[in-house]
Design a protein around this ligand. Sequence first.
Ligand code: NDP
Length: 326
Amino acid sequence: MTTTTALVVTRNGGPEVLEVQQREVPEPGAGEVRVRVGACGVNFIDVYQREGVYPIPTPFVVGSEAAGVVESVGEGVTGVAVGDRVAWAMHLGSFAGLAVLPAAALVPVPDAVDTETAAAAMLQGMTAHYLVTSTYAVQPGDRVLVHAAAGGVGQLLVQMAKERGATVIGTAGTDAKADKARALGADHVINYRQVTDVAAAVRELTVGVGVDVVYDGVGKDTFEGSLASLRPRGMLALFGAASGQVPPFDLQRLNPAGSLFVTRPTLGHYVSDREELLWRGGEVLDAIAQGRLHVEVSGRYPLADAGMAYRDLEGRRTTGKLLLIP
Ligand code: NDP
């Protein structure tokens, strides 16, 4: 039996519950492939799963996103062959030297995109893609507010909303992060650790109107300000909870606030079949290959140092994307 190193959540808790262990790797079954993983993408969903906010029986191999080279294919697999470079975004158990997963979960990586960049881009890239194309389809002239604009999803949202012709207002927790968001195209950036009334600042920047859409992955700490930043009939896309979950909310409040829309989207529902996965994943990787989308990899850690990576992510010390290298 083949074995591999894997990053295991031994019980629910903080980064200290992560442990590198040897695990057996099965032969790929029908419709499956085995991939030698080159790089793994760190995401906030790993934190929610590790903590038990999204319950999964422990112990489990953590990680949803990675890229690598196909090593063997199971019965009935078509369209992917040994030696192909592939990437994926939504397969729990990905943080390992070898991963066995359904061929249908894979996106081919173009020659112009290296394996690390592909691993960095899939989950956050397809998330930013569905948010700006499908949840609220950004139009030229729209005003868009992106929270945590120097973060992984944030940086990609800024670039994609700018490419679609929007005026982008970002928020960030430090001046250095604000500079990073500006360098990626944000028209204005509010340091929301210094400016307490973000909505008032947004109103000033939009001449009293408010924004058409807020992309909010911060959650508890930003939710109220996000609502108060919208124009009448604007949309709040609450796509995450980096600061904690938003408490229960009285829907009636949306009426006097401007007939507002609030949605709580998740990637799985926006890559609902293989065609949609290939469309979104393909557009993200093509934009990188063509130099239209920049993915910042700000940290690379060996699997054994994963705890440090998550302490940095959860401690708000990171920008862009962190990778684990098995
Ligand atoms: P980021 O790289 O954006 O890191 C989170 C950032 O949030 C921090 O750097 C920090 O930026 C900001 N933040 C504000 N308050 C806190 C806090 N109390 N603790 C930690 N961070 C805080 O992470 P990702 O890009 O990986 O994810 C961003 C969000 O997107 C997460 O909520 C994640 O769950 C969500 N997500 C949702 C998906 C979906 O389909 N629904 C898919 C992928 C991600 P600053 O210092 O500038 O404030």
